[in-house]
Unconditional design. Structure first.
Length: 104
C-alpha cells in the first residue's frame, strides 16, 4: 500500500475516495524513564527511551491506518498527517490520519 503525506501520487490517478482512515497508538511511560528523561533534558541530549517508544507507537498507528484503508478496498492513503500528544501525566498518543483512495 502506498502511504504519502501529499494529496496525490505522481503519475497515478485517484479513481475513488473511500474516506478518512485513522490509526492510534497509546504508550505509557514509567517513573524511572520520566526521571532519566528529566535529567537528560536538564543536561541536554535526547531521551533515547522515549524516542524508541514514540517510533514504535508511530509504526503501530500507521499500520492500523493502512489496515483500515485495506478493509475499505483502498490501495493507497494520501494526505497522511501524524500527531503526537500527551494524555494525562504518563501516556502519549500517536495518531495517523489520511484519506483512503483507489488508484487507477
Amino acid at each position: 500500500m502506498i502511504v504519502t503525506t501529499t494529496p496525490f501520487i505522481e503519475g497515478r490517478t485517484i479513481s475513488a475516495y473511500k474516506g478518512i482512515v485513522v490509526g492510534e497508538a497509546i504508550i505509557g511511560t514509567n517513573v524511572i524513564a520520566d526521571m532519566v528523561s528529566s535529567v537528560t533534558d536538564f543536561f541536554g541530549g535526547g531521551a533515547g527511551g522515549y524516542e524508541g517508544e514514540v517510533q514504535e507507537a508511530r509504526a503501530t498507528a500507521l499500520r492500523e491506518m493502512q489496515q483500515r484503508a485495506a478493509r475499505l478496498g483502498a490501495d493507497a492513503v494520501v494526505g497522511v498527517d501524524l500527531d503526537c500528544e500527551g494524555v494525562g501525566h504518563s501516556m502519549v498518543m500517536v495518531t495517523a490520519t489520511g484519506t483512503a483512495v483507489v488508484l487507477s
